[in-house]
Design a protein around this ligand. Structure first.
Ligand code: MN
Length: 258
C-alpha cells in the first residue's frame, strides 16, 4: 500500500485520531485589546440573511465579518513590519507546504498556572529537548499553557498595566528560528507574545523575530493537552485572503491512537 493509502485508511479506521485545536468563532470570543492610541480590531460579527423564511424560504445563510486576527488564527510574516518584505509572506502567497507539518508540544501549563507572566526561555526549550528529543527542522513548536481553559476575563487577564499572559523571550525565539529552523510558533493565548511582551527586548520578540525570519504564528489554540510531546502532525490552512496578514482557520492535528 502506498503511504497515502495507509494514511487514508488510518484516518477512516480511527487508528489516526483527528484532534480539533480550534475555538468556535463566536461574537463573545475575546479579541486583542491594544493601547487606545492604536487602531483596534473588531470581534467576530454575524447577521442572518435568511432562515427558511420570507427572506429565503428554503435556505439558511448568514453574513459574517471579523478582523484577520480573530479567534483561532494564523499570523503571516507580513503581519509584522519586520516581515513586510519577506517573499510570499501573506496568507495568499505562502507556500502551502508549510500548512502540513509535525508539531512539538512543550508543556509549561504548571509554570503558567503558578505565574501568569511565565517567560519561556532558551534554557526551558533545551531542557525539554533533553527529555523529548530535538525539535525537528520545519516543525511547529506549540506552547502548552492550558490558557484555553480560562473564561473570557481570565483569558485576556487585563490589569491596569496591560495584559498578563505567558510568552517567550528573544532567547527562546532565536533558538527556535536560528538553531532549529521551525516553521512557526503556536500558542493558546491571544498572541504569540507574552501579555507584557511590549516591554521585552526587542519589544514583541515573537512577532518581531519570527515574522522577520519568514516564520508563522498560530494563536488561540486549544486541546494541546491531547497531543503528545512529539509525533503529531498539524494541518493549519489559513483562508486565501488577498495580501492577508493572517486569518481565522480550522486547525486540526493527526495523532496516533493507542
Ligand atoms: Mn495574530
Amino acid at each position: 500500500m502506498s503511504l497515502l493509502q495507509q494514511l487514508g485508511d488510518a484516518v477512516i479506521s480511527g487508528s489516526l485520531k483527528v484532534v480539533d485545536l480550534t475555538h468556535t468563532l463566536d461574537p463573545d470570543f475575546p479579541v486583542l485589546v491594544l493601547p487606545p492610541e492604536f487602531g483596534q480590531c473588531q470581534p467576530f460579527r454575524i447577521e442572518e440573511v435568511s432562515r427558511y423564511d420570507e427572506r429565503g424560504p428554503a435556505w439558511y445563510w448568514r453574513n459574517f465579518s471579523c478582523n484577520e486576527h480573530t479567534g483561532t488564527h494564523f499570523d503571516a510574516p507580513v503581519h509584522w513590519v519586520t516581515g513586510k518584505d519577506v517573499p510570499n509572506g501573506s496568507v495568499d502567497t505562502i507556500d502551502p507546504n508549510g500548512f502540513v507539518r509535525p508539531a512539538c508540544v512543550l508543556d509549561f501549563s504548571k509554570e503558567a498556572l503558578a505565574d501568569a507572566d511565565f517567560v519561556l526561555k532558551e534554557e526551558h526549550i533545551k531542557a525539554w529537548e533533553k527529555e523529548h528529543g530535538d525539535i525537528p527542522a520545519g516543525s511547529w513548536v506549540l506552547f502548552r499553557t492550558d490558557w484555553s481553559q480560562r473564561g473570557p476575563t481570565e483569558y485576556l487577564n487585563l490589569k491596569e498595566d496591560g495584559a498578563h499572559s505567558p510568552g517567550p523571550d528573544a532567547s527562546a525565539i532565536r533558538y527556535m528560528v536560528e538553531t532549529r529552523d521551525v516553521v512557526g510558533f503556536g500558542v493558546e493565548t491571544i498572541g504569540t507574545d507574552a501579555g507584557q511582551g511590549g516591554h521585552f527586548d526587542p519589544p514583541y520578540p515573537a512577532h518581531s523575530l519570527l515574522h522577520g525570519a519568514g516564520k508563522y504564528g498560530l494563536q488561540c489554540l486549544r486541546n494541546l493537552d491531547q497531543l503528545p510531546p512529539q509525533g503529531a502532525v498539524v494541518i493549519a490552512t489559513p483562508l486565501k485572503i488577498k495580501a492577508g496578514s493572517g486569518s481565522p482557520l480550522r486547525v486540526v492535528a493527526l495523532v496516533e491512537g493507542k
